[in-house]
Design a protein around this ligand. Structure first.
Ligand code: MG
Length: 350
């Protein structure tokens, strides 16, 4: 198997602001896995706060390319991806890129999309939330109006102006909300009061109220909270899931955190067995990684798969959001085609 990669800068339609940072672009890597004349596509999206970069991904892909050059059967993806994972700790987005490309290759060779190979009903996909970044009340009102086609809006909280932000949205929109504190709350009594108020504003769930390791405080809050609490930063990989039962009501699975479809699907299975709800999330990503994640979406309760809608230079077409709902295609593999009108960088091969 031959691995190629190239850096790609995701240009954001609007600056993206959360409790801890703001940015206008996201570095990514596009990868191709070629075998027997067939190409599978993959992607690593690397928001800087997660610690991966073009340099770290290049180092990882160089080692992975050496390993893949010695493997001749992409269908053994369980073995191959376990070996890829063992190459180095971390590098979860780079690992996800290879996982996605390998799944894409296998699905293309079989002529079927992964949701079909897994036996999932494409009619059971969830609605997806659309994220409104932190901004002034005037701008947020405008963004909420412009997002009227979505049936669920997501708002990043964790600042003093949180209630003003929600009130601004509620002045122009009655669409249900989910909120993400991104670890931004510190006092548990304050957090409870905030959630009790949010529950009166048709907010449906709260993501990551406290810092990732504050599980005791989160369990305290969950016992009292009128809204379900979902783990994001507290839940990176499969091994994190068991300790979150009884602490959170659900988990947010993201391919870039958990190394891809293989482990993401296992996380959903384990979460279900533990009675946890599941949300499928994303970073800012092209339709490549979003369409890969969407293959799993009939298995989950909530989707937050708006990543490709937030960029202006998506080089792929795939899963679309129709009437606010994740809509799968019948295209094989992860279900994407390249767009001819967006320039592709030339890939590096080792
Ligand atoms: Mg989150």
């Amino acid at each position: 198997m031959l691995l190629r990669w190239s850096p790609y800068t995701l240009e954001l339609r609007q600056p993206f602001t959360t409790a801890t940072q703001s940015r206008t672009a996201t570095p990514a890597m596009l990868v191709e896995l070629e075998h027997e004349g067939l190409i599978g596509h993959g992607e690593a999206s690397m928001p800087p706060y997660l610690g991966e970069s073009e340099a770290s991904a290049t180092a990882f892909f160089t080692a992975a390319a050496r390993l893949l050059a010695g493997r001749s059967d992409p269908f053994l993806l369980e073995d191959v991806l376990r070996e890829i994972d063992s190459l180095a700790p971390g590098n979860t987005a780079a690992k996800a890129a290879i996982d996605i490309a390998l799944h894409d290759w296998v699905g293309r060779r079989l002529g079927a999309p992964w949701h079909r190979l897994w036996g999932l009903d494409p009619a059971r996909t969830p609605v997806t939330s659309f994220t409104l970044g932190i901004d002034t009340p005037e701008v947020v009102r405008e963004k909420a109006r412009a997002a009227s086609e979505y049936r669920l809006l997501k708002v990043k909280l964790g600042r003093d102006s949180d209630r003003a932000l929600i009130s601004a949205i509620r002045s122009v929109s009655s669409t249900p909300l989910i909120v993400d504190a991104n670890q931004g709350w510190t006092d548990r009594e304050d957090a409870l009061r905030q959630i009790e108020w949010l529950a009166t504003q048709d907010v449906r769930l709260v993501e990551q109220p406290f810092a990732r390791d504050r599980l005791e405080d989160t369990a305290w809050l969950r016992e009292r909270s009128p809204l379900p609490l979902f783990a994001d930063e507290s839940c990176q990989r499969l091994s994190d899931v068991p300790r979150l039962a009884g602490v959170f009501d659900g988990i947010n699975v993201k391919l870039m955190k958990c190394t891809g479809l293989r482990e993401g699907r296992a996380m959903i299975t384990v979460a279900r067995a533990l009675g946890l709800k599941v949300m499928l999330g994303c970073m800012t990503e092209t339709s490549c990684a979003i369409s890969a994640a969407a293959q799993l979406s009939p298995l989950v309760d909530w989707a937050d798969l708006d990543g490709a809608l937030l960029i202006r230079n998506d080089p792929f077409e795939g899963t679309r959001i129709v009437d606010g709902k994740v809509t799968l295609t019948d295209l094989p593999g992860i279900g994407i085609v390249r767009r001819s009108d967006v320039c592709q960088p030339s890939a590096v091969s080792r």
